[in-house]
Design a protein around this ligand. Structure first.
Ligand code: ZN
Length: 134
């Protein structure tokens, strides 16, 4: 016999499941602060997981963090001190804006059409215009 709470919980879980996009394994950013700059050691790997150009991700982060940043091999260094949590939130925002389709899939490409940058989904075919960075 199921009580009301169990049923409610199950209903909630269903809603959450429908709501939450397919789980996407974003590697954890390896962040270190030295002096007044912050380095992400595995930046190239993060960009690869997002299937985006490291330079594009970097541009987004420098704009979001409002500081200069540069790529050095696999690493990206930003001026200023940032916590791993701050950087993770920015990377998630990037993923939401430039990687995930509204259908929840990360299988997308950035394409330029009619002078506009669009996110094109390989799964459902949806295209939406996204903001230019920089
Ligand atoms: Zn889609």
């Amino acid at each position: 016999m199921q009580d009301y709470e169990t049923l409610l919980k199950r209903a909630e879980q269903k809603i959450n499941r429908a709501d939450v996009r397919e789980r996407f394994e974003m590697p954890i950013a390896i962040v270190s602060v030295q002096g007044n700059s912050t380095t992400i050691a595995n930046f190239a790997e993060l960009a690869r997981t997002l299937r985006r150009e490291p330079r594009h991700v970097l541009k987004f982060l420098t704009r979001e963090l409002a500081v200069p940043g540069e790529l050095q091999g696999n690493r990206a260094t930003f001026q200023g001190k940032f916590t791993p949590e701050q950087l993770r939130m920015k990377l998630e925002r990037y993923a939401n804006e430039y990687v995930f389709c509204s259908c929840g899939k990360p299988d997308t490409d950035l394409v330029r059409e009619d002078h506009l940058l669009r996110l094109k989904c390989q799964v459902c075919g949806t295209k939406r215009v996204v903001k230019e960075i920089g």
